[in-house]
Design a protein around this ligand. Sequence first.
Ligand code: FAD
Length: 398
Amino acid sequence: MIYDVVIAGAGPAGFGAAMGAARAGKKVFIFDRNSGPGGVPVYCGCPVFSGMSPFVEGSAAGIGAEFSAAMKEKAFANNPHCKLVSSEFTVGLTMTRMLRAAGVDMLFYVELTDVEREGDELRSVTVTGCGKHITIRGRSFIDCTGDAVLASMAGARCLCGSADETMTKTLLFRVTGIGNYDRELIGRKFAEGGFPFPWQDQFMGTFVGEKGEDFLLNLTAVSGTAQSPEELTRMDMELREQVAAVLEWVRKALPGFENCRLVAVAPIIGVRGGRNIAGREQITTGDLDENTPVTEPVAVGKRSYGEHYIKTFRAPWSKSQVGLRAVPYGALLSADIANLAAGGRGIGVEPRAVSAVRLIPVCIATGQAAGIAAALGFPAYDVLREELVKQKCRFETA
Ligand SMILES: Cc1cc2nc3c(=O)[nH]c(=O)nc-3n(C[C@H](O)[C@H](O)[C@H](O)COP(=O)(O)OP(=O)(O)OC[C@H]3O[C@@H](n4cnc5c(N)ncnc54)[C@H](O)[C@@H]3O)c2cc1C
């Protein structure tokens, strides 16, 4: 059997891509090395969909709005940081139910291990799990691995920043049993100093869970590359030591945290940025600064970039710019492989600008656009636009 669309990676982008392609009437296959869909929100402990209110409110935010509506009963809506927060279980289950209802074929517990390329086209991917190799043939492929793993294995050009440019890697953990919570007071206490790691110059934490029952602490960070298992192993060990030290410190130093209990540590490192495809077009910091017009918009991202630098929260090159900027069609398309697109944080964007497109709702949206494009055989923009409109995607900034 040949699938119309094969998707590597079932994080927010892969979820959006599979839904977009299936809604366009195609036979879709998606796989992931995790035990189900969700990527960072589910497997790195961050079910926090922040940043884009149109996503939550949206009549025109595509699959993101549908997902949000499906989560309504199981979302914590009073979070000041974000309007849609829930549990990993609910995020994963909601995505699974939507993918099943759309008729998407899914396979989990498998790692991408081989790619078959003929000229400038991909023919199949091979995935491996439990000692078994499975080859899946397809007409169009989408790299939603976050780190351009499929593109890189296929020999396509990729963009790689230095370890510092690609943002910090973090192990999220959460506690329960917090007393009176006063964010301003905590911010002031934090600013007084004494935090065990000098690079963390900003308190980052938020209530999570279906009823806001836990508090997620986003206070660990290391620098390194996510393209190397050796580096991931080193970083993971460092981060677990940081979790222990931070936990001890918050109990001693932060009002309300004196008696808090550790309830969960993310099983895997949260990678914010890694490797990106070289797109037919790249989103650059210059584009975001100048807000250059986008002639073929497919989704909407931020104009700000440069957060989560390893020495301070904001990188020396960071810019806080109000407003949104559209993501161009060309940033989803591989420069080298005719039937390969990308969605999510691994699209064609230079490493320093990745934070403009990495928020979960944006990843679902770029995934959905890539899914539609792949389903239609990477058509001219006018044809793609018609289906984006039909699927109620938001791709204009106004
Ligand atoms: C610590 C941290 C905190 C964050 N906080 C927020 C927040 O509060 N709000 C917000 O909106 N965003 C937040 N983000 C950003 C957001 O979670 C990510 O940018 C987003 O999940 C990226 O989606 P994606 O689908 O592109 O990639 P991912 O979520 O990384 O998904 C990629 C998937 O591909 C799979 N995969 C990779 N390689 C292979 C392979 N070789 N074989 C098989 N499967 C593979 C992975 O298992 C994974 O499931 C945070 C990120 C981190 C790391």
